[in-house]
Design a protein around this ligand. Structure first.
Ligand code: AMP
Length: 555
């Protein structure tokens, strides 16, 4: 069995760590010494794919074929508000797949975000294999606690495409708490919060740690808020400035936009330490007379704070809600852990201190703690370490459509995992042939505002008057947050046919096609053995049947 690596598959950067021979998690660096890999993928005109820093550099010359932020799209619909606003600013095209999923279009080819993420995972895997000098096929991959089922499933699919057996999906805040060693500090029950502001997502988790057992008490966040939003604010202001001064719209000049985006991020990082810095972009574009625009200005931390005040204000409500869900106030928490590169921003740390009423703890490198925690968890799973267990909760209410567009919660948000709930249904008409139950997750009373997970159809019901035939629905979410649903007709006890039609994602056939296509392109690449043609490698973890599988009831 190969070693299990821990992968933080980030919106902007990814990081990989492993437990060393002494049982200490350590980050694996690439040949160039880089400890994080930008989650960027670029396609050259020749079809050659670049990943990481090389891809990010190509963004300047090849912006329409350089994809970043795939984590914002993975498992999402193209018409979601935050996906639309991302599509508005991204220099590459975001398109709708036939099922409405958000995909990208590069050089005329539609590409799923799963495939983009797989390129990043493959690069991460290569870093690990080179650093360890041995093949790596198994990993723990982290996701924001707020990721729903479709997003988790899509992340697993990305791993499969990359030839990685994703043996566990782990919530990022849980991983971070493990890395901080929150469980080792002292005896007794400790309540902690993990505040994670990365490049594209914001996660807040309230956890308790007792006798080495982690329990996520409540989670919350905003999947559409991160450091990139801070960069974009500055960028938009500069675009306006250049337009006012030169009547030139930089948004129509991809190369200028890419350079500007890099410069804004670099300025922000500098300003998290200094109060003032300079942005210098010679030959950014040409003005109306063809003369070069050499953009130069001094920018201050206060100015960025002024531009991003509303972003900062968006940090507080999810924290308040998570605390309320946990039935706690900020002063009952013993520690608040800062995670994610954007938590280095002084106003962010100050907001955390104000909201929680206590100074947050900051590790040496908030960009690495999630991967380190995933590696620590790999140690726990493989039996190399027995110092902790994890208890997780469901991030959303899960329930069914009732009556006229109503939503009945079956598994409430923040139910501790694993969790199982049963519901009994009676037929409503004489000789009813089947029942059909629509499954949703979300927090709205109006079912249409929630996300449809699928539909359970139980056919071949025995004849009888209305109300005489009863059907039991069992919903289970396992320790990894994967949902499975079964339906049973009570009288005969017969487990009848169950169909769940997910409303998105890649089908198994599509995944196999992507893998085969890559095999043909790169016959030297080793892949996981693929058993039984259309079967998934890790069947145990794929609870939901995909559109091209099992859609006919068993007879
Ligand atoms: P992560 O997803 O944790 O890698 O965080 C990436 C985000 O953190 C990006 O938006 C970065 O611009 C931001 N970031 C990284 N370092 C710093 C820094 N020193 N100051 C401010 N933001 C930073």
């Amino acid at each position: 069995m190969s070693r299990i690596i821990g992968i933080d598959l980030g919106t902007t950067n990814s990081c990989v760590a492993v437990l060393d021979d002494k049982g200490v998690p350590r980050v694996l660096a690439g040949a160039d010494g880089e400890r994080t890999i930008p989650s960027w993928v670029s396609w050259a005109a020749s079809g050659q794919v670049a990943v990481g820093t090389r891809a990010r550099r190509q963004a300047v010359t090849n912006p329409a074929a350089t994809v970043y932020g795939a984590k914002r799209l993975i498992g999402r619909k193209v018409n979601a508000d935050d996906v639309s606003s991302f599509a508005h600013t991204a220099p590459f095209r975001i398109v709708a797949a036939p099922n409405g999923d958000a995909w990208v279009r590069v050089q005329g080819q539609p590409i799923s975000p799963q495939e983009v993420a797989a390129h990043v995972l493959r690069a991460v895997r290569k870093v690990a294999e080179e650093a360890l000098g041995e093949p790596v096929t198994r990993a723990i991959v982290t996701v924001p606690a707020y990721f729903d089922d479709a997003q988790r499933q899509a992340t697993r699919d990305a791993g499969q495409i990359a030839g990685i057996d994703v043996i566990r999906i782990l919530n990022e805040p849980t991983a971070a708490a493990l890395a901080y060693g929150a469980h080792r500090v002292r005896e007794g029950r400790r309540l902690i919060a993990v505040f994670d502001l990365g490049g594209g997502t914001f996660d807040i988790s309230i956890m308790s740690v007792e006798n080495g057992i982690f329990e996520v008490i409540a989670t919350g966040g905003d999947t559409a808020l991160g450091g990139e939003d801070w960069d974009r604010r500055v960028l938009e202001r500069i675009v306006d400035e250049v337009f006012d001064q030169h009547r030139i719209d930089l948004t129509g000049i991809p190369m200028a936009m890419s350079r500007l985006r890099e410069a804004c991020e670099a300025a922000k990082k500098a300003l998290s330490v200094d109060r003032e810095t300079r942005i210098e972009l010679p030959f950014l574009a040409n003005d109306q007379h063809g003369a070069p625009i050499n953009y130069e200005r001094t920018i201050t931390r206060d100015y960025i704070d002024e531009l991003t005040k509303d972003l900062l204000d968006r940090l507080e409500p999810p924290v308040t809600r998570a605390l309320a869900d946990a039935g706690l106030s900020g002063d009952q928490l013993e520690e608040v852990l800062l995670v994610g590169g954007m938590s280095r921003w002084p106003a962010v740390a100050a907001t955390v201190e104000r909201v929680f009423g206590k100074k947050p703890s900051r590790g040496a490198n908030p960009d690495e703690v999630v991967a380190l925690g995933a590696a620590a968890y790999a140690g726990i799973l493989s039996g190399d370490s027995d110092e902790a267990q994890l208890l997780d909760v469901t991030p959303h209410d899960i329930g069914i459509r009732v009556g006229d567009g109503g939503f009945a919660v079956v598994l409430p948000r923040n139910s501790m995992l694993p969790v199982r709930a049963r519901r009994l249904f009676a037929t409503t008409s004489e000789n009813q042939k089947f029942v059909s139950i629509e499954l949703y997750q979300g927090e709205s009373q109006d079912v249409t505002k929630n996300r449809k997970l699928g539909q359970v159809t139980l056919g071949d019901l025995p004849p009888g008057p209305a109300g005489s035939v009863r059907v039991e629905l069992v919903m289970t979410v396992d320790v990894e947050g994967m949902l499975s649903v079964t339906a049973r007709e009570i009288k005969s006890g017969r487990e009848a046919s169950v169909t769940i039609r997910p409303s998105g994602g890649l089908s198994q056939r599509e995944i196999v096609e992507i893998i085969n296509r890559r095999r043909q392109e790169h016959s030297a690449i080793t892949q996981l053995p693929f058993e039984g043609g259309g079967m998934r490698v890790t069947t145990r973890e794929f609870a939901i049947a995909r559109p091209d599988e099992d859609t006919e009831p068993d007879k």
